[in-house]
Design a protein around this ligand. Structure first.
Ligand code: 5HY
Length: 248
C-alpha cells in the first residue's frame, strides 16, 4: 500500500524525522511518502497556525489523489483539516491525535497527554471531547517548550518533556502517556525507559491504524457528511478548487 504522511508544518527537519519514524514502523509492503505543504507555518502553536496549515494539508491530499495513495496520515497533534481531508478521498485519513487516543485507550484505563505549549493544550482538549475520549484522559499537560525546540540539539526540550511525564505518572493516576506533538516521533522509547510507563506516539500509531484499515478493505465513507464536496465556483486564489468534481 502507498501511505502519504503529511507534516502540516513547513519545517523540513521535522518532516524528515516524522518520515523516518513512519518508515521504521511501517510493514514491509507499505511505501511511505512523507510530505509537507509548500506554504504555511514552520510550526503550529495556535488556532491561527492550525487554520492556515489545514489548507496545506488539503493541497497535499489532492496531490496524493493524483498518485494513487491508499491512506493518509496527518502528522500534527491538532489533526488540522482532518474531516475536510476525508471529504476529498475514499482512502482512510488518520490524524495522529485521534490515533494516539485510540491506542492509549486500548492499553490503559486512563492516560495523560504531554504536549509542547499550554496554549495548544486546549486544541487537544477539544479533540478529546470531539472524539469521545474526554473520560479516558486525566490531564493535558505541557512541557512549555516551543515546537521547534524539538529540532534544536542541546535544547532542554527532552528533559522538560521527561519531567512532565514523570509528574503525570506520579500525580494523574494513569496507565499510559500520549506524546502531544508530531515532532516527538523519535522520543517514544527514550521517554518510556526514563518514565517506566507505556508511551503512545501518534505518528507510529496512525501508520499502523492506516495499515489495519486498508488491510480490512475499509476506506472513508462517501455516504453522508464525508461525501466529496459539491462542486461550486471558488474565487480569487482558491479559484482552482472550482475544478474539484464530486465524481471520483
Ligand atoms: C504538532 N504543532 O504536532 C503540533 C504540536 C503542538 O507544529 N506539530 C506542530 O504543539 O500542538
Amino acid at each position: 500500500m502507498r501511505l502519504r504522511v503529511i507534516n502540516p508544518n513547513t519545517t523540513a527537519a521535522m518532516t524528515r524525522k516524522i518520515g523516518e519514524a513512519a518508515q521504521r514502523i511501517a510493514a514491509p509492503g507499505t511505501t511511505v511518502v512523507t510530505t509537507q505543504p509548500a506554504d504555511g507555518p514552520v510550526s503550529i502553536e495556535s488556532h491561527f497556525d492550525e487554520a492556515i496549515s489545514a489548507v496545506g494539508v488539503l493541497e497535499e491530499v489532492l496531490a496524493g489523489e493524483k498518485e494513487g495513495t491508499d491512506a493518509y496520515v496527518i502528522a500534527c497533534f491538532g489533526d488540522p483539516g482532518l474531516l475536510a481531508a476525508r471529504e476529498l478521498t475514499r482512502a482512510p485519513v488518520i490524524g495522529i491525535a485521534e490515533a494516539a487516543f485510540h491506542a492509549a485507550s486500548l492499553i490503559s484505563t486512563r492516560f495523560s497527554v504531554v504536549t509542547t505549549l499550554s496554549r495548544t493544550g486546549i486544541i487537544a482538549e477539544h479533540l478529546l471531547e470531539q472524539y469521545g475520549f474526554r473520560h479516558h484522559c486525566r490531564r493535558v499537560r505541557a512541557a512549555e517548550i516551543p515546537v521547534l525546540d524539538l529540532e534544536e540539539d542541546g535544547s532542554a526540550a527532552l528533559s522538560r518533556i521527561i519531567d512532565e511525564c514523570r509528574r503525570a505518572r506520579d500525580e494523574d493516576g494513569i496507565g499510559a502517556i500520549v506524546l502531544g506533538c508530531g515532532g516527538m516521533a523519535d522520543l517514544t522509547q527514550r521517554i518510556s525507559q526514563e518514565v517506566g510507563l507505556p508511551v503512545v506516539e501518534g505518528v507510529t500509531a496512525a501508520v499502523k491504524l492506516a495499515e489495519a484499515l486498508v488491510g480490512l478493505g475499509l476506506g472513508t465513507s462517501k455516504h453522508g457528511d464525508l461525501a466529496f464536496p459539491r462542486p461550486k465556483p471558488f474565487t480569487g486564489r482558491f479559484e482552482r478548487y472550482s475544478q474539484l468534481s464530486n465524481e471520483r
